[in-house]
Design a protein. Sequence first.
Length: 262
Amino acid sequence: MFVDCHTHVFHPRIAEKAKMKLAEHYKLFCRCKGTPDDLLLRAGRSGIDHCVALCAATSALQVRPCNAYAGYLQNNYPEITAFGSIHPDCKDWKEQLDWLRSFGVRGIKLHPDFQHFWLNDPRLFPIFEEAQKDFIFMIHIGDSLPPEKNPSCPYKMAAILDAFPHLNVVAAHLGGFRQWKYALDALAGRDVWMDTSSCMKEISDDVLKAILKKHPRDRIVFGTDYPIMDPQDEIDALQRRTHFTDGEIDEILSNGTQLLFG
């Protein structure tokens, strides 16, 4: 089964507003509608069978509705695995984890830059301790600021892996959006998944080659960052930049099956 492990979908009522926020932060144009139906239409055209839809609450007040939407997606779209959200300001995070479990949601998205906390915030540690048994964490890593000034970075992620060796983590954007040289140093080769989302337009050839050489290919999963990118465009870009054979591209597309259902 071919899986897109990194997408964002929104209720049609708020999709345009959410896309505007994404575009404003990253100075990028969102090519797609940002709705579940549009995602699955485009995924099907590109040969992708299943998608991971990520939700991230930007405040404690948004955790409950965000997780309610994840539960809705999980139970109404068989081709979607939904990830919910937690925020360190959320006082009832244990109840939220139980709620996610009850709805069959097995993943949590953290985006420190959007959620306005730091990845090394000690308030996250008991959440990691409790959730590491039965949740996958998709964690955004990196941005334009240097690591010491950025809420997330490959070194902060590496420290989390040291402290919680059983944590099942996808380090998004090949371990560090716009911080790939640090991802090569701190994360490549470690026991962590990496996804390919939002990398192919910016990462340099030499660093891309080095990461792919150092990190096991069976621990790399495909991601588009839909609605910013179209699935077929990202498959084409991945093959063009990596020079992978058709069989190797199929392997990357299939690795998400092991991540989600292995």
